[in-house]
Design a protein around this ligand. Structure first.
Ligand code: SF4
Length: 497
């Protein structure tokens, strides 16, 4: 089945006005073959489009339509990518997917490594599954920014970490992307003794040479679950080890700031927590461009919360609450709750730290806490009227935890109303005070964040198109040929992705 087949047409959209129908397949746009969502988004940007369509009976027709430049056509396809997502053929020593318990839903074991998802959704890719044709297409279409899981620039070390003989080519591909004007945000999953120390130093130096093509680098500690049977031996960072990585990265960042005007490399919050050091000050994060990797997340939460707290009057009497969160964020959130209580003594609630029994207690992020752990660890407690949890405990766009326990099941088991709270200090404060969103809170609460995603995607696409200089490019090959050169690959570098 063609995945460029139209599933639905939005009412009132340019596509509906032009008479496009569900069941038709989009073959070409302005003479360009449409292979997937990248081609589709890119070539439908223009104001005047000539669409080649094939109907279910094989008949072909051409439709000409006009719309505003950049306006969405209003077509929805069988899959978001208009193609199958590519899975990963690496076998990384630290892969989080390999450390998941058996028996979870099938989709959680999928290892994606898809350049299109990197551009459209911010996923991290390893570049090990890109054919020459695909590399060229990324450069031709100015697919930027993309997120790259680097791990190490030393080819031997990277091959060893990813267990893929093509892994050593990463830096060469990144050089070509940088020369083509593509921006890359990078991630290094640091494993003690494997890619820190001198290897990390070389990685930072090599990536800095690609600046401004390389825009930012996050160094995050490896996440290890209790399900590592049969996998190679890896250690978590000790407080001393974490402190050494911080010192090394901060020294490099200070030099980079002098030389380039940007620190370029940051350690994630987890390193500071493990080393028992305070999180860096807000200005250090230069706009918080690496939040996805947990860089500056706690500092931003605190800063947003403090700003929002300024507008609290102090005479509110909100309903009582409990906040359940992971080991990593609990102390920060508890401190913020105390600050709110100091300003508003009527506030009734507390923070409860949930240990991760499901994956193992070395996993401390809130996003990997399961419904079962919530129920087991809160069952005996007095929770007040509302149980606040970070929204990232739930699966994206679903009211269900990682272990398939639903919000309703947790509510029934604990006898409390569960309130998912967006990862935002203003939203947290509003949740403490039980602000009714219809009356307007300090920030908008979007439970699954899909509106933001759409905005980001549109913006990324606008940027990409603006950079396109209109040069003719080689026609993409038919899908069969195109993907023959792209063996499947993946993602999920670490916990919480
Ligand atoms: S999903 Fe990511 S971490 Fe796992 S093997 Fe693939 S590239 Fe490596």
């Amino acid at each position: 089945m063609s995945l460029t087949k139209i599933r639905t047409v939005d009412p009132g959209s340019p596509a509906q006005r032009a008479g496009l129908r569900p069941g038709e397949t989009v073959i070409q746009v302005n003479g360009h073959t449409i292979v997937d969502v990248l081609d589709y988004k890119f070539y439908t940007y223009d104001a005047r489009l000539e669409l080649g369509l094939r109907d279910g009976d094989g008949s072909v027709r051409t439709v000409v339509l006009e719309k505003a430049e950049g306006e969405d056509l209003g077509l929805n396809f069988e899959t978001y990518l208009m193609d199958k997502a590519r899975s990963c053929a690496n076998n990384c020593v630290f892969c989080f997917v390999d450390q998941m318990p058996p028996g979870m839903r099938e989709t959680l074991y999928f290892k994606d490594d898809d350049a299109r998802l990197s551009f459209l959704m911010g996923n991290y890719i390893t570049l090990t599954n890109l054919s020459e044709r695909e590399i060229q297409r990324i450069m031709d279409l100015r697919v930027s920014p993309i997120n790259v899981s680097v791990q190490a620039t030393d080819p031997e070390v990277r091959r060893m970490l990813l267990k893929n003989r093509r892994a050593g080519e990463c830096l060469d591909i990144m050089r070509r992307f940088a020369a083509a004007g593509i921006t890359m945000n990078c991630q290094v999953v640091a494993c003690p003794g494997l890619n820190d120390g001198p290897v990390l130093q070389r990685t930072m130096e090599d990536l800095a040479e690609l600046w401004p093509g390389v825009n930012s680098v996050a160094v995050v500690p490896v996440g290890l679950t209790k399900f590592r049977e049969g996998l190679c031996h890896l250690e978590s960072y000790t407080p001393e080890g974490a402190a050494a990585v911080i010192d090394q990265v901060e020294a490099f960042a200070a030099r980079s700031l002098r030389e380039r005007g940007t620190r370029l490399v940051w350690c994630s919050d987890e390193f500071y927590l493990e080393a028992d050091r305070p999180q860096p000050e807000e200005e250090t994060f230069e706009g918080f461009g690496q939040l996805e990797n947990g860089v500056g997340m706690l500092r931003l939460l605190e800063s947003e919360f403090h700003s929002a707290l300024l507008s609290v009057e102090g005479d509110e009497e909100p309903t009582s609450f409990t906040i359940a969160t992971g080991v990593a964020a609990a102390p920060t959130i508890a401190k913020l709750v105390e600050e709110a209580k100091a300003k508003c003594p009527a506030l009734k609630g507390e923070v409860v730290t949930i240990a991760n029994h499901f994956f193992g207690e070395t996993i401390t992020v809130a996003g990997l806490i399961t419904g079962r752990d919530l129920i087991d660890q809160l069952r005996e407690r007095e929770l007040g009227e509302r149980l606040l949890i970070p929204v990232n405990m739930l699966r994206h766009e679903e009211n269900v935890f990682l272990d398939d326990v639903t919000i309703e099941q947790v509510e029934d088991a604990l006898g409390v109303t569960l309130v998912p709270v967006e990862q935002d200090g203003g939203a947290l404060l509003d949740a403490l005070f039980d602000v009714d969103w219809d009356d307007g809170g300090t920030v908008e609460w979007v439970p699954c964040g899909d509106e933001d995603d759409e905005d980001d995607e549109d913006e990324a696409w606008d940027d990409a198109y603006e950079e396109y200089d209109g040069e003719e490019r080689e026609e993409p090959a038919p899908a069969e040929e195109y993907y023959r050169y792209n063996p499947p690959r993946g993602r999920a570098e670490r916990e919480g992705e």
